[in-house]
Unconditional design. Structure first.
Length: 175
């Protein structure tokens, strides 16, 4: 008896679901694509690159120097005295630590700068998305990557029109 009652309840719920879903207006936004392809997103990426470029060049120079010293040590180590060999090994280790420190500093600075520079842009994107969603009467909006969606009908994706709206809002702010 309990089984029959349970199955009847499940059947009733399943029959009600399509009627409820028919009135639901759903959309999906690719936030990562919005950040990368919108004008403000491109601006932030460009500015971040300009700020980090000196550290990136310094890291590249240090990598080249480390590679050169390593090759030199490998080729000439047989000819070095024990003291010279030890000095060269210490120099290589110090340079390697310097490189690792620089990589870590660069990564931390990139994260901090991105967070600082992106905050006003993300706020603009969020406000623009909210306005667009309300104007078009969406009931449910998912972020593609965080929603766990495996398939998406292209008609549900509102990223492109949202990019246009964000670009308009960005220009309206005088950028």
């Amino acid at each position: 008896m309990k089984k029959v009652l349970f199955l009847a309840m499940i059947f009733a719920i399943v029959l009600q679901a399509p009627a409820f879903a028919a009135d639901l207006k759903v959309a999906v936004i690719h936030m990562e694509r919005l950040k990368k392809t919108s004008e403000p997103g491109k601006y932030i990426a460009e500015e971040l690159k300009k700020k980090l470029d000196p550290m990136v060049k310094e890291r590249q120079q240090l990598e080249e120097e480390l590679k050169r010293l390593s090759e030199e040590f490998k080729n000439k180590s047989a000819a070095y005295s024990l003291d010279t060999k030890r000095e060269k090994e210490l120099e290589l280790k110090r340079k390697f630590r310097d490189l690792e420190d620089l990589r870590r500093d660069l990564q931390q600075k990139a994260i901090a700068e991105d967070k600082t520079m992106s905050a006003p842009v993300l706020e603009l994107m969020q406000q623009t998305a909210q306005k667009y969603i309300e104007e078009h009467g969406y009931d449910l909006v998912f972020e593609f990557q965080q929603s766990g969606l495996l398939y998406l009908d292209k008609e549900l994706d509102i990223t492109e029109p949202l990019i246009e709206e964000v670009n308009k809002a960005w220009k309206a702010q005088g950028h």
